[in-house]
Design a protein around this ligand. Structure first.
Ligand SMILES: O=P(O)(O)OC[C@H]1O[C@H](O[C@H]2O[C@H](CO)[C@@H](O)[C@H](O)[C@H]2O)[C@H](O)[C@@H](O)[C@@H]1O
Length: 463
């Protein structure tokens, strides 16, 4: 590789060099700190084109060197306004913190060349503004700042650890230690079945993906087994059953067409209907979707840079999927995109949320929590307060449902002495008190409830 670099340098110098001017000076040896500082001080632009990196400090060192030491006369520019320009790879750790840097995908040679040209031909006033911004960031985020911030993060993360149980879960790169509440336990099928039999008014809220449908399934249509269980649950006059999902109303409506009495909350509750015979209620508070014009271009940028990712446009939301991208890179891009979207959409009526291999932008106030609250409230208001609640889901959006159960108990919409089963799928930190291991476990549990049901003709769910 070294020979290849030397050959490229020779070729460029031969083609573009002139007497007294050598375009590429290739330094192929370790530099002392002072030498490095000297080069940084005179450099009009620094390019960091690493394709994989941790926390590369070169850009920060460069900015500090360009700022210089006040009062020193180390360069011709030292008395004038300070300027610096950075072209950085989007793969390096410090890239998100340098908002004035030109960010590139280093695999894209043309885009990198264009960025270098843009960097050196930019107006001095612009270079100055970018430098000021970066220097302010570097000088306020010093060693003391970082150690304070790490310390606070650790304190927050370890809060309550003394009363939690720690478990190692996952394998290989997926291995992690999680701290779980000691009251968090596996849902016992006999226990829930007996509570189900004793109860008179039941609310059952089922998430779809990752709960009744395995995340790994290619075919996302519910199995005939799932349809049959849900139909039996719906036909018990004591039951109000809802599928509460982030998926669109068309797919859910089509998939669950055989379940006439099933309630559906689609797109996290933006659309809701109590049974197949009812019209869809639109639960959104605003019809202004101008924010899509801001969110989509950002998602497109990340899609271009992340092989295997894609954008899904729903009626009320846009979703960036990275399930088929490289796991590490996809997750890093998702985290970065979430921050990016949160900052550009700060003044818009939206929420930016992450889920199972997705980042989603959806209208503010729309969540599975508000769906659950709506169902509990309208049941209580019509004198049908539930004495049995089963709420089950696997991801972050389902945590909102679990939280709304606590709120409903606190406000008296649900009675705390009744049977409440908030259950997450997979053993992980959750607001739910119970867990089941996987979708197979969920189906087994629902089968037990199916057997304990009393299917009799009924008008179905009603608000
Ligand atoms: O609320 P859920 O029923 O759990 O649905 C949430 C999202 O489901 C869909 O995404 C999921 O399935 C994709 C494959 O079809 C998969 O790639 C992704 O990782 C899953 O999260 C749906 O596309 C999203 O819009 C929903 O928000």
């Amino acid at each position: 590789m070294q020979a290849e670099i030397q050959e490229s340098c020779r070729r460029i110098n031969e083609n573009f060099g002139q007497p007294g001017y050598e375009p590429v000076v290739f330094i192929d040896r370790p530099l002392s700190l002072s030498e490095k500082a000297a080069y940084f001080t005179i450099a009009e632009c620094v390019v960091v084109a690493a394709v994989r990196d941790g926390m590369n400090l070169t850009p920060y060192e460069y900015i500090v060197c360009r700022q210089g030491v006040s009062g020193s006369e180390c360069s011709a520019e030292s008395s004038g306004p300070k300027k610096s320009m950075l072209v950085v790879s989007e793969f390096i750790g410090c890239s998100p913190s340098l908002s004035g840097a030109i960010r590139v995908n280093p695999w894209n040679i043309e885009a990198t060349a264009e960025a270098m040209n843009e960097a050196i031909s930019m107006a001095d006033s612009e270079k100055q503004l970018r430098h000021e911004k970066h220097y302010r960031y570097v000088s306020t985020h010093d060693v003391a700042y970082w150690s304070r911030s790490f310390y606070q993060d650790m304190e927050r993360t370890c809060k309550d650890h003394f009363r939690r149980r720690c478990w190692g879960i996952g394998l290989s790169f997926g291995f992690r230690v999680v701290a779980l509440d000691p009251n968090f336990k596996k849902l016992n099928i006999d226990h829930i079945e007996s509570a189900y039999i004793k109860s008179k008014k039941r609310t059952i809220l089922l998430d779809y993906d990752g709960t009744v449908m395995p995340q790994t399934s290619i075919n996302k249509t519910p199995s005939s087994r799932v349809i049959s269980i849900i139909n039996t649950l719906c036909s018990d006059v004591k039951n109000t059953v809802f599928v509460v999902s982030g998926r669109g109303r068309d797919s859910l409506g089509k998939w669950f067409a055989p379940c006439k009495k099933l309630g559906i909350a689609a797109e996290h509750g933006y659309f809701m209907r109590w049974s197949a015979g009812d019209d869809w209620e639109n639960c959104g508070q605003s019809s202004d979707f101008g924010w899509i014009q801001i969110a989509e271009p950002v998602m497109k940028l990340y899609t271009e840079a992340t092989d295997g990712s894609s954008i899904e446009t729903k009626e009320s939301a846009v979703v960036w999927h990275h399930r088929d991208a490289d796991p590490g890179f996809g997750a890093a891009q998702a985290k970065e995109m979430l921050d990016h979207l949160e900052s550009v959409l700060a003044n818009e009526p939206v929420a930016v949320k992450s889920g199972q291999f997705i980042v989603e932008v959806k209208p503010q106030g729309i969540s599975k929590g508000s769906v659950a609250e709506k169902i509990f409230t309208s049941m209580a208001e019509s004198g049908r307060q539930a004495d049995f609640v089963l709420c089950i889901g696997d991801d972050r959006s389902d945590e909102d449902m679990f939280e709304s159960i606590d709120n409903a108990i606190a406000s008296g919409i649900l009675n705390s002495s009744k049977s409440v089963f908030a259950c997450t799928v997979g053993q992980k930190p959750s607001k739910a008190k119970y867990y089941l291991d996987d979708t197979a476990d969920v189906i087994n549990m629902l089968e037990a409830l199916e057997e304990a049901s009393d299917p009799s003709p009924s008008p179905g769910n009603s608000p």
